[in-house]
Design a binder for this molecule. Structure first.
Ligand code: SAM
Ligand code: SF4
Length: 323
């Protein structure tokens, strides 16, 4: 699938739920989250039907996300079914890791290739402040379980936040010296419940990189599915460090993805309020051709670039889109 700008779109990020067991400050409000009712969320059967049509158009890579994808019952079965769709080559998952330990082996056996685990701090009290929940120990156990299960590569997503975890950037990067982890620092985007908070705590990647370089000299590296991340490694490192500058380094010209929300909308861009309703079509018994047409409509709506740097409010927050 090529869009108007010639970008090859072969990647679909699928949100399987808008629910989460954490409440990260940059993503969700502390209270008063209005979740979609169960019946409003796409069933696994509907997701598989839609992805099968997308695969016919050239979707090759999938990522499951949320909310927290591991809170949805039966996720391992969904992974098995998605991986069996002809054309799907790569299947990954983004998780906060809390529920990963007992699931990791089964997810791998079901066909999950790799996993991204979010971790912004190594300090328990700070973890509780950022996520508004306890759970650092469980998240770290989840990371170890992912490594043991062979979900390779294991990437760590760290949102870099001024005044919150900027004094831990070097410690988190140094994990890659000891462990085969791929730590990626992400600029906070104004897509959470509190846009002003994101603006006040934004930490440009140039500053993050300087802190990472205080640990040792970086050399360019490659890592599977690096996407928009620029990857590097320390000479003696087992893993890599990456930088995802959604705001300061526009990578829209290389964008390769569409998104599916848990409530059945195809979104052309994380930062666009445009969406194409696929749930209605699925529930009216749409066949492959009709679903393919909806993919192409979403493709047509892809903006040339996002406008996140304007710090405007959006209709959906991160957990309702699927980060
Ligand atoms: N719950 C899972 C998790 O946290 O990994 C998956 C969903 S979460 C929305 C996906 C990713 O988006 C996480 O790595 C999270 O840190 C990131 N994220 C959430 N809100 C963000 C924001 N406002 N700016 C940048 N990244 C954000
Ligand atoms: Fe939940 Fe992930 Fe959002 Fe944190 S970033 S509140 S773990 S969905």
């Amino acid at each position: 699938m090529r869009d108007r700008l010639g970008r090859n779109i072969d990647y679909l990020r699928i949100s399987v739920t808008d629910r989460c067991n954490l409440r990260c400050v940059y993503c969700m409000p502390a209270e008063g989250v209005s979740y979609r009712a169960h019946g409003e969320i796409l069933s696994y059967e509907e997701i598989v039907h839609l992805v099968s049509a997308g695969a016919k158009l050239g979707i090759r890579r999938l990522r499951l996300t949320g909310g927290e994808p591991l809170v949805r019952t039966g996720i391992t079965e969904l992974i098995k079914q998605l991986k069996a769709i002809p054309g799907i080559e790569d299947l990954s998952l983004t998780t906060n890791g809390i529920l990963l330990t007992p699931l990791a082996e089964g997810l791998k056996a079901a066909g999950l290739n790799r996993v991204n685990i979010s971790l912004d701090t190594l300090r328990p009290e700070r973890f509780a402040a950022i996520t508004r929940c306890d759970g650092l120990e469980a998240a770290i156990r989840g990371i170890k379980a992912a490594l043991t299960a062979g979900l390779n590569p294991v990437k760590i997503n760290t949102v870099a936040l001024r005044g919150v975890n900027d004094d831990e950037i070097a410690d988190l990067a140094a994990l890659t010296l000891k462990y085969p982890l791929h730590v990626r620092f992400i600029e906070v985007m104004p897509l959470g419940a509190d846009v002003a908070w994101a603006k006040n705590h934004a930490l440009p990647l140039a500053e993050v990189k300087a802190k990472v370089e205080s640990v040792g000299r970086l050399v360019p590296a490659t890592v599977t599915g690096a996407g928009p991340a620029q990857a590097f490694r320390y000479a003696a490192g087992l893993g890599t460090v990456g930088f995802i500058g959604a705001l300061s380094h526009g990578f829209c010209s290389r964008c390769n993805r569409l998104r599916l929300t848990a409530d059945g909308k195809l979104k052309p861009c994380l930062a666009s309020d445009e969406e194409v309703d696929v749930k209605q079509a699925l529930r009216q018994g749409a066949g492959e051709e009709e679903l393919k047409a909806l993919f192409l409509r979403a493709l047509d709506l892809k903006p040339s670039q996002h406008q996140l740097q304007q710090y405007e409010e959006h209709e959906r927050i991160m957990c309702q889109i699927g980060g």
